[in-house]
Ligand binder design. Structure first.
Ligand code: ZN
Length: 145
């Protein structure tokens, strides 16, 4: 069954991978599955970026009144932040596709264990296993205090 996810945070739709018993983790088929998820996600994001840019251009021509312009500028900074987030995410997706190409995908960067198919489907750009991610977040909280 296709899984819906929040816009830009994760790919919208994919069919969960059914691994055969004893199937090797991150074999060609699995790598191909994730490559396809990432490519679809990238396509989605690029369309979103297009829309954001077009919206910014349209807005720029539409307001002459100063009060309108203030509202418009708020909208601008929001859209610019969105665009910035989209751009960073696109970069991350591209880096992840490179990792798949180099057959270096799906293992935790900190401890080397398998990140796991389900976790990667929810967050295909994940580079840490659940344990290391939790630990990293705890540390971040302590530092951010
Ligand atoms: Zn780990």
């Amino acid at each position: 069954m296709p899984v819906a996810a929040q816009k830009t945070e994760a790919p919208k739709k994919f069919t969960p991978y059914e691994a055969a018993p004893g199937e090797e983790y991150m074999n060609e088929k699995q790598l191909e599955h994730f490559r396809q998820i990432l490519l679809d996600w990238k396509q989605e994001l690029m369309e979103e970026v297009d829309r954001t840019v077009r919206h910014l251009q349209e807005d720029a021509n539409n307001y002459a009144d100063p009060a309108d312009r203030a509202t418009q500028e708020e909208g601008f900074s929001l859209e610019l932040r969105t665009r910035d987030r989209e751009r960073k995410l696109l970069k991350k997706i591209n880096e992840t596709i490179e990792k798949i190409d180099e057959d270096d995908y799906g293992f935790c960067e900190a401890c080397g264990v398998e990140i796991g198919i389900r976790r990667l489907e929810a967050r295909p750009t994940a580079t840490l296993c659940v344990d290391c991610k939790t630990l990293a977040e705890l540390k971040e909280k302590q530092l951010g205090g």
